[in-house]
Design a protein around this ligand. Sequence first.
Ligand SMILES: *[C@@H]1O[C@H](CO)[C@@H](O)[C@H](O)[C@H]1NC(C)=O
Ligand SMILES: *[C@@H]1O[C@H](CO)[C@@H](O)[C@H](O)[C@H]1NC(C)=O
Ligand SMILES: *[C@@H]1O[C@H](CO)[C@@H](O)[C@H](O)[C@H]1NC(C)=O
Ligand SMILES: [Cu+2]
Length: 417
Amino acid sequence: MKTVLQAVLLPCLLVGVGADWTTKIKVVRNPAYKLDIVDILANETMAKVEAYLERKAAAGKNNGCTLDTVTVRREWSDMSNAEREEYVAAVTCLMKRPSQAPKSKFPGALNRFDDFVAYHMSHAAELHDTIHLFPAHKQFVWAYEQALRNECGYTGYQPYMNYDRYAEDPIHSPMFNGNSSSMGGNGAPDPNYKGIPQGGRTPNIIKSGGGGGCVTEGPFKDMVVSLGPTSMSPIRGLPKNPKSDGTGSNPRCLRRDVNRNAALGATAKHAYSLITSNSDINGFYNQILGTPPPKNDPYPWGIHTAGHYIHAHDPGADPATSPGDPVFYFHHGSVDRLWWIWQMQDPEARLNQVPNFSTGGGHTGHGRRSVMGKRQGGTMDPNKAVIDLEWLAPSIPLMEAHDQLGGANGQFCYVYI
Ligand SMILES: *[C@@H]1O[C@H](CO)[C@@H](O)[C@H](O)[C@H]1NC(C)=O
Ligand SMILES: *[C@@H]1O[C@H](CO)[C@@H](O)[C@H](O)[C@H]1NC(C)=O
Ligand SMILES: *[C@@H]1O[C@H](CO)[C@@H](O)[C@H](O)[C@H]1NC(C)=O
Ligand SMILES: [Cu+2]
């Protein structure tokens, strides 16, 4: 039987313990980087995350997802060099495993890594329509993380890239310095590479950062890029794919322009404004895509565009085959993180908000024209929509991918720290 003292103290202690998420989730920070304003906001948001999970658990709706079971996606620099190398090894392993995509449709899919590119290029319109952009990429990155773990023995989770850490000097950053624990180096200088045109913005080009040629340093210097380019690529003069839709085999090097001009459009200032100045998903959606372009900003790309072109260009700049540069998953992990932090400011109101309006005419973020869905999906009933990644993952209802803390029967259960 409880004593009076226990009856009074126990609930207090339980609440006290429950309110400190840091006893359940290991926080690892690289001391070389000061927390930026978004990191601090995210840290403060964890109390809301905890309260949200407790309410869901109390209602029996958490599908087993609790702070004790969540997995943790970490920022690249917060991982140890050994962890980074383990990740890199898993990615190169995926590039050696046999493809499972339909061979007749994708003769250019040479391995399991390419299967993700094959899916993305052949479903670009659905993946990027207004209602799918965030949730479908959540499922896509999750499926990739699963493949790394289940098919290549990776024991960690998908890292993300906090652009702010690297924006001033991306070439010498832990992401791109070209050493064994980086995601590979910059491309060799290519004077013909001018940058990425940005029709409708001022300036109207993300100027070359000085690279543009083949990556010559680091884990992906010998990587074979095969699928693409497609007609969506903003870059001219690349080796032509034998099939007009880009699905044929076109072995070539990985080309990059690790680009500060792009990165400076995705700093913490941009991300903080994105999260705190939009209470409606439509505003968030438009701002992350940079539509309409922000005024009085020398880097008016929108974070989604900026993040893609940090590591443009072949295949990174082609909206259809962009997952063919492994850095894609860091970027879309980061987009997913920002969406999640935004949702968790007010989960009751924001979790299930679906964009249904776009001032910019849709997903213009990738390049020179509005190629991806002019508000496609805006009239589709999100409650009836699904995300079907075919050879990559089982199909799930779209709205289940709005909740990374228990969605899809608990398939999603992760936080970004
Ligand atoms: C992060 O949150 C924890 C728990 O609320 C708190 O103890 C810690 O001081 C915070 N850290 C920063 C850097 O704000
Ligand atoms: C690679 O770069 C990272 C980040 O700058 C550094 O911590 C690490 O020691 C470097 N590794 C080697 C082998 O030089
Ligand atoms: C669009 O979304 C907003 C915010 O979620 C909602 O208030 C509004 O009713 C929606 N409009 C339509 C036409 O569905
Ligand atoms: Cu995409």
